[in-house]
Design a protein around this ligand. Structure first.
Ligand code: PGA
Length: 253
């Protein structure tokens, strides 16, 4: 059985104080959520204090990005995966579409980041997803296949346990336009097939595939009943503890 994952991506929102307030408000609201892993990804500057304040709870902390470089060194502005781990993170989001689109992140960079994160003992949430143009041209699956193979090549069977894939169609992120549960399920099943081809059927069966793009308390249950949707990566609706908690507790909704 794959344990679902509900992750909140706070993007570039919240000061340290606001991050701590939201994390502390969330903690009791999700304390009984044993059915899934609960993750929040604050900005780098809030990560350590949030992780410290959540210690002993069931809420884990994630970075939103990490350096392609494994070792410390002269890389101004970068944060290494092992530094995220040291600050209390257990996960890191890699290859988010905003990084691919606005910070020129390539599949080769995503692959190095995945490898750096795994070697630091982090679990990677690797994002893939097509733009609206790519979908309308009928290229969605080719794009997603390229991103999957490009980001994950060269990983060992053991490494694959530390990979979570998030399918986030770019046209659904922050737009209020969610993929229908059927559209998402179709792509998730495809991702599992591609993963089985590139690795093994067993690894593909165990892979958690999250959906992301305008997930809200109102649409989470319809997504979670789909066979290949194993959780969600939530942006906007994760910024408020109450709405994120409703998504985490989707079984009660
Ligand atoms: P959204 O963002 O939920 O605000 O659409 C999702 C994401 O970018 O991870």
């Amino acid at each position: 059985m794959r344990k679902p994952v509900i992750a909140g991506n706070w993007k570039m929102y919240k000061t340290v104080g606001e991050s701590v307030d939201t994390a502390l408000a969330l903690k009791p609201l999700v304390a009984n959520a044993n059915h899934c892993e609960v993750i929040i990804a604050p900005v780098f500057t809030s990560l350590k204090v949030v992780a410290d304040r959540l210690e002993g709870s069931n809420v884990r902390v994630s970075g939103q990005n990490c350096s392609t470089e494994v070792e410390e060194g002269a890389h101004t502005g970068e944060v290494a995966a092992f530094m995220l781990r040291d600050a209390g993170a257990s996960y890191v989001i890699v290859g988010h579409s905003e990084r691919r689109q606005f910070y020129s992140e390539t599949d080769a960079m995503v692959r190095r980041k995945c490898q750096a994160a795994i070697s630091a003992g982090l679990t990677v949430i690797m994002c893939v997803g097509e733009t609206l143009d790519q979908r309308e041209l009928g290229n969605a699956k080719n794009v997603v296949r390229g991103q999957l193979n490009g980001g994950l090549s060269g990983l060992t069977a053991l490494d694959l346990d530390r990979i979570i894939v998030a399918y986030e169609p770019v046209w659904a992120i922050g737009t209020g336009r969610t993929a229908t549960p059927e559209q998402a399920q179709e792509m998730h099943a495809f991702i599992r097939r591609v993963f089985a081809e590139g690795h093994t059927a067993t690894a593909a069966e165990a892979l958690r595939i999250l959906y992301g793009g305008s997930v809200k308390p109102e649409n989470i249950s319809g997504l979670m009943v789909q066979g290949d949707i194993d959780g969600a990566l939530v942006g906007g609706a994760s910024l408020k503890a109450e709405s994120f908690a409703k998504i985490v507790n989707y079984k009660d909704e």
